[in-house]
Design a protein. Sequence first.
Length: 369
Amino acid sequence: MPLTIVVKIGTSSLTQPETGQLALSTIATLAETLCYLRRQGHRVILVSSGAVGVGCARLGLTERPKAIALKQAVAAVGQGRLIRIYDDLFTTLQQAIAQVLLTRSDLVQRSRYLNAYNTFQELLGLGVIPIVNENDTVAIDELKFGDNDTLSALVASLVEADWLFLLTDVDRLYSADPRSVPDARPIALVSSIKELAQLQIQTGSQGSQWGTGGMATKISAARIAIAAGVRTVITQGRFPQNIEKIIQGELIGTHFEPQLEPTSARKRWIAYGLLPAGKLYLDEGAIAAISLAGKSLLAAGIKVVEGEFRTQDAVQLCDSNGNEIARGLVNYNSDELQKIRGCHSREISAILGYAGVETVIHRDNLVLI
Ligand SMILES: Nc1ncnc2c1ncn2[C@@H]1O[C@H](COP(=O)(O)OP(=O)(O)O)[C@@H](O)[C@H]1O
Ligand SMILES: N[C@@H](CCC(=O)OP(=O)(O)O)C(=O)O
């Protein structure tokens, strides 16, 4: 059966750690592996980091720039070079590729989200391998994915992939960073989001010299992907051939089992496509109602309203410690909610002076995180 496979490769696998120069043999093996998968009839998307790293090597910079404008300029240099190398390799293997550069705003607006979906479907239908990266040169801070682990999970969720491979410079996930904790325990299988929380994995503060997110962003990417029903694997980028073996059933790397009943596409867009504009702190009754009984959120259960937002914006729903429990689209703006929080629904019209809807967030617009 044809599968949809998303492969993300990080800068740490694409470049030599000492020099920052491209790891050509890894990239060539990756291209061969992806072409092999295409010939098997599978639909393949590559999410490739490396624009900043390759740009730095091209310009002789010895460390990742911190200033935003410089990073954006360097990414513009590197992205062209990166895609040229991919095109050379894939052309040699007679495989068409496409460059797809996305920013967060492409997924925030529902019409653009659906448009991105349609473009991916067309490309995959044409047998093309889309090569995706964040459009670093134009992305502004508030509208950034920030790391390609998250981007790859959102792409895998958008196209409802069967597999997401996160290729990196460690062979799998460990209980703590194996660089600093030599006896960290390797983790072969994570069977649910609940188990992931119980494992209490330590990720340190950041990744390797050239990577951006480290392991923390890979774990949160895995959460997004498995909620969308995508089996996710963290494995070593130096051996891209392992992807074939893993698909055939070998337990290499760390596997995250997909959720059996994936969250619907619209709810996934609410949860991960949109950027929350505020926070509502809930009392325990409201938390139980939304998380255990699948109910809508009423004004009575809201203790604190944080941020300024409009009707139909996405907000985070938190417990009193600020831990996020759910996200949803609000039926009232922040000014209205400041007035009606803690009140019974039947009091709303008297407080606001006009009749509003009974629910603050209807359960159809509410997603547990
Ligand atoms: N619990 C952990 N298990 C495995 N690796 C970890 C863990 N915590 C932190 N790391 C670090 O994460 C790094 C990979 O992240 P990163 O450098 O961002 O890679 P990439 O460029 O592939 O995205 C590894 O080199 C490893 O040192
Ligand atoms: N978009 C950036 C990569 C961001 C990123 O997540 O990097 P990495 O941690 O190496 O996967 C680039 O192309 O340099």
